[in-house]
Write a protein that binds this ligand. Structure first.
Ligand code: 5AD
Ligand code: SF4
Length: 441
């Protein structure tokens, strides 16, 4: 049997696409190889949001090209955002690539690879296609968790971001299709859903006037599906976070008390240069409104340091917002200029050493606050969805709370079960505890 291997870079959207890529390849009769070394068809599902994933890909491609020189029958397929962004240059950059395809053309992968991975059509394919992968066969990594894509593309114009250029304008999936998928997933035993979109809470706007559903109603409809115990969504844009969505989170039993609310910067001056269309004050107001409406809410965020023109004062304003809002988790990024974006051409790019210095100060603050917030959970009981044994210690189980904190705990439970865990210790990233009674099976 011919074998494939998929290496995934980037966001949850890509992780979701990779499940579809695997599903498609298995439908073609290929089996999964443990590593790219053992694979006849090697797929890289790429990301290009910052320079780092580009560099990581370069290292992987070096190895893959060397293996292909030994065995020219190996097929190298490059999918995802890097392939799409570099569509003109991809075969110059990486001559070993056989097939290049964009995020919207996974459905056609089979046509190019041929049955069983033989008879490959060499070239770049469908780099401009925009089809939802959601209707394709899938290979879920975990039977009890699933991603559901609600939209693709993004209409925002954040000046640092390459995504709108890569993924195109926002296109919402119709609510009927989304709910049919959710129902199918629930019937197959899925308990936790994550609704995915580049800007989930502007979902539905492009369906007007035919369909008048906004994101809050979609959350409510998913909540009504029997068997779905947890609903998450990512990522919302603060500018589109309206009251009906806050109310839906507060009122729907399955919608988790966890919101990822990208801040990017705490300086209104920089937010303007980033074209985020909200100010520091409006963001704080929104966060406070959400905390007041949703009991026990966990807030996560994304922050960029070293955006062009960032002064010490701007940076201090970011630190102030981080302290004020009190995030439970934060992804922090060093600004990375991306060719073709507005910000890459701005003057006053921040020197690398200064970016690193600010990053260290930010990470220290983020970790202190997250640790304090996790320590406040000690002594409580938390509902945990069991993911299986811990990766580092097989005698311990691992799972996540509704607030999306990872928990390592002692107990006896199967992956996919909901259990009550008494929290006994905390770090900035994880909780530790021991299992109490089974809640439900
Ligand atoms: N440089 C650094 N971080 C970036 N992000 C997006 N573009 C860039 C860039 N050019 C970050 C933002 C976004 C997250 C997914 O990645 O914080 O929310
Ligand atoms: Fe995801 Fe953006 Fe990276 Fe594409 S470029 S994989 S959309 S993070």
């Amino acid at each position: 049997m011919r074998r494939y291997h998929v290496t995934t870079f980037g966001c949850q959207m890509n992780a979701h696409d990779s499940e579809r890529i695997k599903g498609m390849l298995e439908e073609l009769g290929l089996g999964e190889a443990a590593s790219p070394d053992d694979a006849d068809v090697v797929v890289f599902n790429t990301c290009t949001i910052r320079e780092k994933p580009d560099q990581k890909l370069a290292a992987y491609m070096g190895e893959a090209a060397a293996r292909k020189r030994e065995d020219p029958d190996r097929v190298i397929a490059l999918g995802g955002c890097f392939a799409e962004a570099q569509r003109e240059r991809i075969f110059e950059l990486y001559p070993a690539v056989d097939v290049a395809f964009g995020p919207g053309s996974i459905a056609h992968l089979g046509d190019w690879l041929g049955a069983g991975g033989v008879g490959v059509a060499r070239g770049r394919f469908g780099l401009d296609d925009r089809d939802f992968a959601a209707e394709l066969p899938t290979r879920n990594e975990r039977s009890f968790q699933a991603w559901v894509q609600v939209s693709m593309g993004c209409n925002s114009k954040c000046s640092y971001c390459i995504v709108p250029a890569v993924r195109g304008r926002e296109q919402s999936r119709r609510p009927g299709e989304i709910l049919a998928e959710v129902q199918r997933l629930a019937d197959s035993g899925v308990r936790e859903l994550t609704l995915l979109g580049q800007n989930v809470n502007s979902w539905g706007r492009d369906l007007l006037p035919d369909i008048r559903t906004e994101f809050g109603e979609l959350l409510r409809a998913c909540d009504r599906v029997d068997g779905i115990d947890r609903i998450r969504f990512t990522s919302p844009h603060p500018k589109d976070f309206r009251d009906p969505v806050i109310e839906a989170i507060a009122e729907c039993a399955a919608v988790c008390e966890h919101v990822h609310l990208p801040l990017q910067s705490g300086s209104s001056r920089l937010l303007k240069a980033m074209r985020r269309t909200y100010t520091r004050e409006r963001y704080i107001e929104l966060a406070e409104k959400m905390r007041a409406a949703i009991p026990d809410l966990a807030l996560g965020t994304d922050i960029i340091v070293g955006f062009p023109g960032e002064t010490e004062q701007d940076f201090l304003e970011t630190l102030e917002v981080v302290e004020h809002v009190g995030y439970d988790s934060a992804f922090t990024f060093v600004y990375s200029p991306r060719n073709g974006t507005e910000a890459a051409a701005l003057p006053n790019q921040v020197p690398h050493e200064l970016k690193i210095e600010r990053m260290e100060r930010l990470v220290e603050l983020v970790q202190r606050i997250a640790r304090e917030r996790n320590e406040a959970r000690v002594g409580r009981s938390e509902e945990v969805l069991v993911e299986g044994p811990s990766r580092t210690d097989a005698s311990v189980l691992r799972g996540r709370t509704r607030r999306n904190t990872a928990v390592n705990f002692t107990g006896e439970a199967l992956a996919g079960e909901l259990v009550e865990v008494r929290i006994e210790a905390a770090t900035s990233m994880t909780l530790r505890g021991s299992q109490r009674a089974l809640v439900a099976v």
